[in-house]
Design a protein around this ligand. Structure first.
Ligand SMILES: O=C([O-])CC(=O)C(=O)O
Ligand SMILES: [Mg+2]
Length: 649
């Protein structure tokens, strides 16, 4: 399948018999634009008379059969202007008095090639490439392998003591040599995940203004109102498959970080590529800036966002609606939009509002739910019992808390054939005002109402534990150190194997540490946390805490949606993802204390998740990529981006 993608221009797959493109490429001033389309691998080359050469026909960046894209390309022409296919940006159709964008994509060579992150290979350029691409003298004589580059970079990264320095070094690498960045991340995923993702990404967002060097992603602020379609056109890639978008109001458990939340979409999309194999050029990070209510940021001279309090109500809704409409208009209806780290009220509303018109997914509500359900299914596989046998108590009734609770109720209802309303009665939630009970009904936000059960009010978590007698305790409050010694002890007094999940991120907001959970339960707790904790020695045994983070789910889920051409996300797909993940947990993992498989196997795991999600999409009639591939796991693997350098001719 062809794709338009700005980074494929160095090795276009023009027709073998055609020499014209080569001739153009040899000239460092030639401008080449590459289109996708029905040319079947053959090429058409034309000059526009100004030294620009138009080429029709190109391979995907990595030569893989990346998922089908039916989105039209830049060069396809409207039938009115005589060519086949639509004229996406109206350039060819424009009349003489209309303004058009002078799009041009250049073939990089020489100095510019070294500064093009998509194509730079630094010291790995071969002798032949150095000759062909005007690189002689711009590099020292040595030629090294990509593996040696990885070894050297790991060596220097490990010398940094401060995590934020590692983060900045990784971001620099991403912006200078993209393939090497992904090779590093994939080959050393357990070590580098905490650097590009939680917990370090949280600190990076807090200090984003100070560490900011080059902009990443697309910033859409209130200033762009009415012009969002134009702003999206400014992004250099056209074949976008996944957008992660935040408005920065609830970044991890750190609160409102405004425009500085950009670190989150950037980090999540790095994982889409490294863990799920979605091509980097198909990923678009977006931050919507409607202001911030964070007084410190408003006073910070280095703050990068709008210096005003958050817009709300109609003004907010209109901006978001313009964004959602523009995305669909420009990238088509199969682009996946992942909502990330919105505050509760907007998160639920956006998911509900756009769930029926767009391919949307809320990672904090649905991704976290799916990963937690997977962990519980895996744990029960080894300790015995069913989900319906459990009693659940949550601290935190926001996106993650109610999202997990609802998915669990759905699964219990499926397993036991009881109505979901009945299944919900096994699940209790505590928020900042205490246990959610019927007497609080009037003042409860909509998304909490399904969890208001008949009971006396209880204010303290520890008292709720003693009265409700949960077998599973889940923290999603975003407030650190709330699973205190008496809470964990109460859980341990009630259960031989208490399941305790401290999910809030980053590490500073975790409800308790792994060490505390093990110590206060005499090593009996089955513990997992949102951000990583190191293994703990307890009475001669090494206990390894699992990481119950949605990073296990969204890359595989996204890949499954993309490769099946799904047009909507359905809860059954989340359940399929949970079961696929749980099936990867082995007895050996569990004996160490893990209810998730190690991240080292994540690409294999993501392929399994993608295959099962895609299978569900086909089963539900929500897939548009037809016919259905026979072996979905193999197909998922074949779609995955590989960061290995390509050879340039
Ligand atoms: O980003 C993470 O590590 C998990 C997540 O979605 C959140 O905490 O909001
Ligand atoms: Mg999140």
């Amino acid at each position: 399948m062809m794709s338009l993608n700005g980074s494929s221009f160095l090795h276009p797959s023009v027709c073998k018999s055609c020499r014209t493109f080569d001739a153009a490429r040899r000239s460092p001033v030639a401008f080449v634009r590459v289109r996708s389309g029905p040319s079947g691998g053959r090429c058409r080359v034309a000059s526009d008379g100004n030294g620009r050469v138009l080429v029709d026909g190109a391979l995907d960046e990595d030569g893989s059969s990346s998922s089908s894209s039916s989105s039209p390309s830049v060069l396809e022409m409207d039938s009115k202007s005589g060519g086949p296919g639509p004229d996406l940006y109206g350039e060819d159709r424009a009349t003489e008095d209309q303004l058009v964008t002078p799009w041009a994509v250049s073939v990089a060579s020489g100095y510019n090639l070294l500064r093009d992150p998509h194509h730079n290979k630094a010291l790995s350029f071969s002798e032949k490439e150095r000759d062909a691409h005007y690189l002689r003298g711009l590099l020292p004589p040595v030629v090294v392998s990509q593996d040696l580059q990885v070894k050297k970079l790991m060596h220097s990264l490990r010398k940094y003591q401060v995590p934020l320095q590692k983060y900045m070094a990784m971001m620099d690498l991403q912006e200078t040599n993209e393939r090497l960045f992904y090779k590093l991340l994939i080959d050393h995923v357990e070590e580098l995940l905490p650097v590009v993702y939680t917990p370090t990404v949280g600190e990076a967002c807090q200090k984003y203004g100070s560490i900011f060097r080059r902009p990443q992603g697309l910033f859409i602020s209130l200033k762009e109102k009415g012009k969002i379609l134009e702003v999206l056109k400014n992004w250099p890639q056209r074949n976008i498959q996944v957008i992660v978008v935040t408005d920065g109001e609830r970044i991890l458990g750190l609160g409102d970080l405004g425009c500085q939340g950009m670190g989150i979409p950037v980090g999540k999309l790095s994982l889409y590529t490294a863990l799920g194999g979605v091509r980097p050029s198909a990923c678009l990070p977006v931050t919507i800036d409607v202001g911030t209510n964070n007084e410190n940021l408003l006073k910070d001279e280095f703050y990068i966002g709008l210096r005003q309090r958050r817009a709300t109500g109609e003004e907010y809704d209109e901006l978001l609606h313009e964004f959602m409409s523009a995305v669909k208009q420009i990238f088509g209806e199969k682009v996946l939009i992942q909502f990330e780290d919105f505050a509760n009220h907007n998160a639920f509303e956006l998911l509900e509002k756009y769930g029926t018109t767009h391919l949307v997914f809320n990672d904090d509500i649905q991704g976290t739910a799916s990963v937690v359900l997977a962990g519980l299914i895996a744990a029960l596989k080894f300790v015995g019992g069913t989900l319906a046998d459990q009693r659940f108590l949550f601290l935190g009734a926001g996106e993650a808390g109610t999202g997990i609770a609802e998915l669990m109720a759905l699964e219990i209802s499926k397993q036991t054939n009881v109505p979901v309303e009945e299944a919900r009665k096994k699940i209790w939630l505590v928020d900042s005002k205490g246990l959610i009970v019927n007497s609080r009904w009037e003042s409860l936000q909509q998304f909490k109402k399904p969890w208001a059960h008949e009971h006396e009010p209880i204010n303290e978590l520890v008292d709720a534990v003693k009265v409700i007698k949960p077998t599973v305790l889940i923290g999603t409050s975003g407030v650190g150190s709330t699973f205190t010694e008496d809470v964990v002890e109460a859980m341990a007094a009630l259960n031989e194997k208490p399941i305790i999940l401290a999910l809030s991120n980053p590490t500073s907001q975790s409800e308790c540490t792994a060490e505390e959970a093990y110590k206060w339960s005499q090593g009996r707790a089955i513990f997992a946390s949102g951000s990583p904790f190191a293994p703990v020695e307890y009475k001669g045994k090494t206990l390894v805490p699992g990481q119950a983070n949605n990073a296990y789910i969204f890359p595989g889920l996204g890949l499954g949606l993309i490769m099946s051409g799904a047009i909507r996300v359905h809860n059954d797909m989340l359940l399929a993802a949970s079961e696929a993940l749980a099936a990867q947990v082995t007895r050996e993992n569990f004996d160490k204390g893990l209810i998730y498989p190690p991240f080292t196997d994540i690409r294999k795991i993501s392929a399994q998740i993608a295959a099962d999600v895609a299978a569900k999409a086909y089963e539900l009639g929500l897939a548009t990529r037809l016919p259905q591939p026979k072996d979905l796991v193999k197909y998922a693997e074949s779609c995955m981006y590989s960061p290995t350098y390509r050879s340039y001719r």
